[in-house]
Ligand binder design. Structure first.
Ligand SMILES: Cc1cc2nc3c(=O)[nH]c(=O)nc-3n(C[C@H](O)[C@H](O)[C@H](O)COP(=O)(O)OP(=O)(O)OC[C@H]3O[C@@H](n4cnc5c(N)ncnc54)[C@H](O)[C@@H]3O)c2cc1C
Length: 455
């Protein structure tokens, strides 16, 4: 029986971040992974989708080259070529990560693990015992009752990422982040796209103003969507999939992507048997990611926090540092940056207007239109930077729409997490001409001294 300070089950963002930080702190670590080191984010999530989105951006740039005085002609998407590019990126990062884990002396165990006692995970008949066990088994794509995934006509993001052709038409069931990103990719690749969303808006967790701007932009791009109406049924035929909605409307397309959320991977892994408190399959934890069983921790998509890779990293690091005796501060989940990497991008940190009001804040708001930003005009992008602040107090939320605004979150999250006031940020000089000036201008305007702002 092998004995370690930490035995980590699952080598995705949460698990491997915990392993790397714990080994840095001098702990002995076993990291158990059934599939590929790097998990969903590296192999089936963040990285491959962003490569597809970038390929889509190149296609759109080629289509619109004449707008910039460049003679170029868009011919078609070469899916094997796109996949070779995407897989090349993933493979390079995978090799790098494998090297990193090796160099930190983490014991990497390949195989399917199961919790057989509060401090032991069994893999391929071998037992790995840890003073601490960290559960990081991640999540899987959900479907709806009666909607069977066949991997060909009715697919999830896992199949969508590996497609070898561009479908002529697609229905995307679910207008959340994953659904909107694939809708954006496929539209750029030339498919006809329809999104079905039961809630009143696309990316409904974002500030309503951001959702509305994304909807306007999608309408302009010719991406169709039906909002506030629920899915009723889907039937397959040789000509495609027909989706019927509860209002009686129906749509037919080559492919139906089911993007209705992700559920925790926690069944049949011994979690219940060991008495771990769970709800709807999620493992419940306190603000230091401790479960109710001493010595067992859980991180990442397995726990009911934001399902984002960087949240998994932060939770993995938090657990390693808590075990290492560093007494780290709990994570402020409002301060987590969030991006939808569609065209246009939507990025935010902090509270939405609705949430700030619900919490009783007396709020002031300001929206800075990217029409006034030189770089946005150069890029021919539309959008805005919206600020929500407490009256005579700190900035409570920053919500941005437009090309490349995800990169502006680096500054936005410092503003929110350091509880800056508009006047603090207004005093900082932003390089001209950059999109980041829009963040500066918004704060100048909120501080009462607008520069390039009308009205
Ligand atoms: C299409 C898509 C796009 C996304 N884009 C983004 C993005 O742009 N930015 C972002 O921040 N997040 C994004 N995400 C979310 C992100 O991928 C997840 O939040 C992140 O991967 C969660 O990390 P995790 O470690 O909790 O789980 P995972 O990455 O799912 O890792 C869990 C690992 O545990 C392994 N495992 C499970 N059970 C066992 C077992 N019994 N024994 C051994 N190993 C086991 C699995 O094989 C897996 O490798 C995206 C997700 C998807 C699906």
């Amino acid at each position: 029986m092998a004995q370690f300070d930490l035995v980590i089950l699952g080598g995705g963002s949460g698990g491997y971040a915990c392993a790397l930080r714990a080994s840095q702190l001098g702990k002995s670590v076993a990291l158990i992974e059934a599939d590929k080191l790097g998990g969903t984010c590296l192999h089936r999530g963040c990285i491959p989708t962003k490569a597809l989105l970038h390929a889509g951006e190149v296609a759109d740039s080629t289509r619109h080259a004449a707008d910039f005085g460049v003679n170029a002609q868009f011919n078609s998407i070469d899916m094997p070529g796109v996949n070779a590019y995407k897989d090349g990126v993933v493979s390079k990062l995978h090799k790098g990560l494998q090297g990193l884990v090796k160099s930190r002396n983490v014991t990497y165990v390949e195989g399917h693990g199961r919790l057989v006692s509060p401090n032991t995970v069994e893999v391929n008949g071998e037992k790995y015992t840890g003073t601490n066990v960290v559960l990081a088994t991640g999540s899987y794509p959900r479907t709806l009752p009666g909607l069977e995934i066949d991997g060909k006509q009715i697919i999830t993001s896992e199949h969508a990422i590996a497609m070898d052709r561009v479908p002529k038409s697609v229905i995307v069931l679910g207008g959340g982040v994953i659904g909107c990103e694939f809708a954006s990719v496929w539209k750029s690749f030339g498919s006809e796209v329809t999104i079905i969303e039961g809630l009143p808006h696309l990316i409904a967790l974002e500030d309503e103003s951001s959702s509305k701007q994304l909807e306007r932009a999608y309408r302009k791009r010719g991406i169709n969507f039906e909002l506030g109406v629920r899915f009723a049924s889907a039937t397959k035929s040789s000509s495609g999939v027909t989706v019927t909605l509860e209002d009686g409307k129906s749509f037919t397309a080559d492919v139906l992507l089911v993007a209705v959320g992700r559920g925790p991977v926690s069944a049949n892994l011994g979690y219940e048997e060991q008495g771990i408190a769970m709800e709807r399959g999620y493992v419940l934890v306190d603000d230091k990611c401790r479960t109710n069983i001493p010595g067992i921790w859980a991180v990442g998509d397995l726990i009911p926090t934001l399902q984002l890779a960087h949240v998994g990293f932060a939770e993995g690091i938090l657990v390693a540092e808590e075990i290492g005796g560093l007494n780290p501060r709990p994570i402020n989940y409002d301060g987590v940056p969030r991006v939808t990497y569609s065209d246009p991008e939507v990025a935010s940190v902090g509270l939405t207007t609705a949430k700030a009001k619900e919490l009783g804040h007396d709020v002031v708001e300001l929206s800075y239109d990217l029409a006034g930003n030189g770089k946005a005009q150069i890029l021919k992008t539309a959008g805005s930077v919206k600020l929500i602040a407490a009256k005579n107090g700190p900035v409570l939320g920053i919500h941005m729409v437009g090309a490349r605004v995800g990169e502006l979150l680096a500054e936005a999250q410092l503003i929110f997490n350091w509880e800056a006031e508009a006047s603090d940020v207004a005093a900082l000089i932003h390089a001209h001409p950059t999109l980041s000036e829009a963040v500066g201008e918004a704060h100048l305007a909120l501080a009462g001294k607008p520069l390039h702002a009308h009205g």
